[in-house]
Design a protein around this ligand. Structure first.
Ligand SMILES: Nc1ncnc2c1ncn2[C@@H]1O[C@H](COP(=O)(O)OP(=O)(O)OP(=O)(O)O)[C@@H](O)[C@H]1O
Ligand SMILES: [Mg+2]
Length: 323
């Protein structure tokens, strides 16, 4: 049994005029113990809502979440009583939220915010929690941890705030960390440091990770497998090395061409034409066809299934042209 098993996940929102907006459509995703899996796609593809559904953080209504299977460590996330879910959240599954500034409380010192995790999930006394927080800050490379403890979020740099959020999310050594765009808001050098920290934590705590990103460039050394999502559908999946060296779906190829490479001139990055349609305006056939240079007649009419490639079951692609 995998640590996380998702089969046929559907996430919908009640839209205007009684219409249902389908944000995620029949997505399968599994993560083994200790494994890191990336979920990649442009803005609006359904990455964050997928992460929220694992934490059961989507408000229902307006959201409707359905799945044939959504289990974490054997527990059924869809039906688990709320007190049990609260115990899992933050203790067994940690999440780094996409917006670092809104994820921290501006009127509380960062030390106290991390203390809360220890108070809630570990039953420590205030003084013990404070010691644990300072030790944790030191562990994850926060300089002058005693002084940092008493600082407010606005006194910290973006990279330091992200370290605090990583500390909060991993304080209880969760089995799974959901990292939603953990480096997007940061400078390139700080990005590298944060990714290195996540690698260290994964190794030390034998932690699994769901790495959510729009940037295929950060996937290479940080995930063993990758799922590419477009308009709420998984369009390609496979081992990272294979997907990056031999992308099969035109969307994956487009995302790769948009990744800046060392030594390349800026004007050579190619962007995929047009943008991701809103869930209320998905085209007929393959959702990607209006943006695809390889599209044929079948692509305009029929949604391709996710077709396995090779025999080991790790690789699959949803494309009429690369079947
Ligand atoms: N509460 C909500 N009500 C209605 N629609 C929503 C809600 N939350 C998300 N959506 C829609 O679901 C779709 C997927 O959103 P999501 O935030 O998962 O995208 P994302 O892939 O994380 O994008 P980004 O890279 O911008 O973070 C979007 O079209 C979004 O507008
Ligand atoms: Mg998002």
């Amino acid at each position: 049994m995998s640590l996380l098993e998702i089969k046929q996940l559907k996430i919908m929102f009640a839209g205007g005029g009684g219409k249902l907006l389908r944000a995620v459509e029949n997505a399968d995703l599994s993560i083994e113990a200790g494994e890191s899996v990336a979920l990649v796609g442009e803005s609006g593809c359904g990455k964050s809502v997928t992460g929220f559904s694992i934490m059961r953080l989507l408000k229902t209504p307006p959201a409707i979440v359905r799945a044939d299977r959504l289990t974490f460590d054997g527990a059924d996330i869809l039906t688990l009583p709320e007190p049990d879910m609260q115990a899992i959240r933050g203790r067994d599954i940690g999440m780094i939220f996409q917006e670092p500034s809104s994820a921290l409380n501006p009127v509380m010192t960062v030390g106290k915010q991390v203390d809360e995790v220890f108070l809630r999930h570990r039953g420590l006394k205030q003084k013990e929690a404070r010691e644990a927080t300072v030790a944790l800050f030191r562990d994850i490379g926060i300089s002058a941890p005693e002084r940092r403890y008493h600082q407010y979020p606005h006194e910290l740099s973006g990279g330091m705030k992200q370290r605090i959020l990583i500390a909060t999310a991993t304080a209880c050594r969760p089995k799974l960390l959901i990292a939603d765009e953990p480096t997007t808001a940061l400078d390139v050098t700080i990005q590298a440091q944060i990714l290195e920290l996540l690698r260290e934590l994964r190794e030390k705590n034998k932690m699994s990770m769901l790495l959510i990103t729009h940037d295929l460039g950060v996937v290479a050394h940080n995930a063993e497998r990758v799922h590419v999502m477009y308009c709420g559908k998984i369009v390609e999946t496979g081992r990272t090395a294979e997907v990056l060296t031999d992308p099969l779906h035109p969307y994956t190829k487009g995302l790769l061409r948009a990744v800046p490479r060392l030594g390349e001139k800026r004007d050579r990055f190619e962007q995929i034409p047009l943008s991701v349609p809103h869930p209320s305006a998905k085209p007929e056939g393959c959702y990607f066809h209006p943006r695809c240079s390889e599209a044929c007649e079948a692509c305009k009419k029929h949604m391709p299934p996710l077709m396995p490639v090779g025999k080991d079951g790790a690789r699959a692609v949803r494309c009429w042209r690369s079947g």
